[in-house]
Design a protein around this ligand. Sequence first.
Ligand SMILES: Nc1ncnc2c1ncn2[C@@H]1O[C@H](COP(=O)(O)OP(=O)(O)OP(=O)(O)O)[C@@H](O)[C@H]1O
Length: 206
Amino acid sequence: MILRVKDVSVARGGVAVLEGLSFEINPGQALIVKGPNGVGKTTLLRTVAGLQPPFKGQVEAPEEAVAYAAHSDGLKTMLSVEENLRFWADVFGQSDIEKAIQAFDLVELRSRLAGSLSAGQKRRLGLARLLVTGRPIWVLDEPTVSLDTASVQLFADAVRAHLAEGGSALLATHIDLGLDVTMLDVGPFRAKQGDAPISGYDEAFL
Ligand SMILES: Nc1ncnc2c1ncn2[C@@H]1O[C@H](COP(=O)(O)OP(=O)(O)OP(=O)(O)O)[C@@H](O)[C@H]1O
């Protein structure tokens, strides 16, 4: 087990959205979170990634084990593709960026400014960043948005390789990646108390 979520409840805007979730992810395993729009998938992923605290329960993972990628790619627009990857590799104490450039088909784009890339190309660069973090747990919120079929395949291959190396992944996605994964439907964990604000909980505390 590398990630354990124990009886976790999460909130957004001070209101409970999901309650009583428990699951574990082992090395080499991926879990896909399913559920309708607005049910709380992003909130759960943000909580697992440590961007906000759960208001109940615990998230247990090794220190600095999680790499999180969400809707905004967080690219440095005035740096090239290669410079962006070097920057992130430095931040995470890694040196190899070639694997990431190859895996996400960025060879021809390596000298282009990130700000000049198309939406799908930006997304590929954002996902390539995962490979230069060296972190074992990928937490990914809708990672395939803007990607064409070929790029979705590149992404699925990258996840498959990550799992084969003993990594793990927690993903919210609506598309079938063709991976052997466990599914978790969070619909049944929707919070029951409606829109009542939670007293004494501040999700912005981190
Ligand atoms: N900043 C905010 N303030 C208040 N409520 C919010 C805020 N952000 C999201 N919410 C609400 O919290 C709930 C959970 O949102 P969340 O983004 O986690 O859902 P989701 O399952 O990821 O949805 P989607 O599939 O549409 O991406 C939704 O009802 C949403 O409207």
